[in-house]
Design a binder for this molecule. Structure first.
Ligand SMILES: *Cc1c(COP(=O)(O)O)cnc(C)c1O
Length: 460
């Protein structure tokens, strides 16, 4: 269903004054709330005080808030948003023509900022609340570097110290992201490092290790909790991050409403679930309140299939098992995707909010293999002009599949997907694809069982 095609421009922009002034908290409209984070020592729900030792106070409030549907976006954050938002909602006319599909395809493009992804939407909010609390700085981990880049931009804006623990192998192999972070004033430490107790312990046990995300998280948490005036921040998975990312969905909905367009299918890639959670939130809200129905599809890599082959259970959020337990679709905190996996979205778990919605059948999930993902990325780059991040290309792949189904059936469905970022720093993965060296690997049931066998045993 949509208005007359001819009226719809290639890019639907909102005016500054039409930007959302509040984030939308989908948990407020959920009948069954996401399960609470548990203290790994006591197995009791984490209290605000316990969370406050690690996270900023205002962010703890947002994390635990299951009842307020709308939360004001502070003016300082709105001012920063105005530098790179509203982001365009693009009608993929050229792609539709190329595919010869009757489907109408739209994408919300979040790559129009220096960090190159949607992660800046939450980074700026988290940095703001840290500054407001009078903190000196924040610590975090980064793998490929998108989150570290976004956070260093946000911290430099608010003049906060930013300490990034970057997985050593990425630190050495991805010098460009590292230097972007340093340009924005962040200190970037290869992890594991000698600067923390846990880092020294890991180095002693595994000399020469190239590190992992789980280990970098453990170091970042220690660096925050052992230094006066520091807190730890995280770029995905948490409820607060989904809340900040709701700006994506609210803008999308406002842009569609301007032209009377009602999507049939909404698609997003899912790593920890923050961009997808943000994109779908206002639509999911309508669905939860019984006002409208949409098909919502999460797309994940076949090599890291948390939703499609994982288990809905309490698990550790990090490999080091120092963080709270979260009830989520998980492959086990020890799960590491196979070495040939190049496309990101490698987190073992998933947002607890999305996990609950998926468990209730309110959204679908599917997995795609990486050669298909890069084929879709290439097709999209050549016709729509934007070189997508491999993560975003998971959503492109599913959107093209749905558009091709419409071609078979002749249905004029309206498809909206999230184009989370650009892929300029992912050219090693593209090189592999271009050289015909990219392979697919789907973990066997036995391999997944081994990861799931390590789940903590919890009565609930
Ligand atoms: C981090 C990232 C993702 C995945 O994270 P989510 O929390 O699942 O959104 C997707 N796309 C890009 C470009 C990213 O940088």
């Amino acid at each position: 269903m949509s208005a007359d095609n001819m009226q719809i421009p290639y890019k639907i922009y909102l005016e500054e004054k039409e930007m959302p002034r509040q984030w939308y908290n989908v948990r407020a409209d959920m009948k069954n709330k996401p399960a609470p984070l548990l203290n790994p020592a006591t197995l009791q729900p984490m209290t605000a005080q316990e969370l406050g030792n690690v996270f900023c106070d205002e962010l703890v409030k947002q994390e635990l808030d299951d009842s307020n549907a709308y939360i004001d976006i502070p003016a300082e954050i709105l001012d920063f948003y105005k530098m790179y938002r509203p982001s365009p909602l693009v009608r993929a006319y050229c792609l539709e023509k190329k595919l010869q599909t009757p489907a109408k395809i739209y994408y919300k493009f979040e790559g129009n900022n220096t960090s190159g992804s949607h992660k800046l939407n939450s980074a700026i909010a988290q940095a703001y609340y840290a500054k407001k609390q009078g903190l000196k700085g924040v610590t975090t981990e980064t793998g490929a570097g998108q989150w570290g880049t976004a956070l260093s931009m946000a911290c430099s804006y608010f003049e906060l110290d930013c300490k990034v623990f970057m997985v050593k192998v990425s630190y050495e192999q991805k010098p460009f992201r590292r230097e972007v972070m340093r340009t924005y004033g962040a200190s970037v430490t290869p992890s594991p490092s000698e600067t923390t107790q846990v880092g020294r312990k890991i180095l002693a046990e595994h000399p020469g290790t190239t590190g992992s995300l789980g280990c970098a998280i453990s170091e970042a948490v220690e660096a925050a909790t052992c230094q006066e005036g520091y807190r730890y921040v995280l770029g995905s998975v948490l409820n607060q991050v989904l809340l900040h990312q709701s700006v994506i969905g609210l803008e999308t909905k406002a842009a569609l409403d301007k032209y009377g367009i009602v999507p049939d299918i909404i698609i997003g890639c899912a790593g920890g679930g923050s961009n997808l959670g943000g994109l779908i939130s206002p639509f999911m809200g309508e669905k939860l309140r019984g006002e409208r129905d949409y098909r919502i599809i999460a797309v994940e890599p076949a090599s890291c299939p948390s939703f499609t082959r994982g288990r809905y259970a309490y698990d550790f959020c990090d490999t080091g098992r120092v963080c709270p337990l979260s009830k989520m679709y998980t492959l086990g905190s020890g799960f590491i995707p196979s070495a040939n996996h190049a496309g990101g979205l490698r987190y073992h778990g998933m947002s607890s909010t999305l996990s609950q919605l998926y468990d209730e059948g309110l959204m679908e999930a599917r997995s795609v293999e990486q050669t298909a993902v890069f084929r879709a990325a290439e097709e999209f780059a050549r016709i729509e002009g934007i070189l997508p991040a491999p993560e975003s290309a998971h959503a492109i792949c599913a959107a093209i599949d749905e558009a091709m189904k419409c071609k078979e059936t002749g249905e004029e469905k309206t498809i909206v997907f999230g184009l989370t970022g650009t892929g300029y720093f992912d050219m090693v993965a593209y090189e592999k694809y271009n050289n015909g060296e990219m392979t697919d690997y789907i973990p066997t049931d036995a391999e997944l069982e081994a990861g799931l066998a390590g789940l903590p045993v919890i009565e609930n």
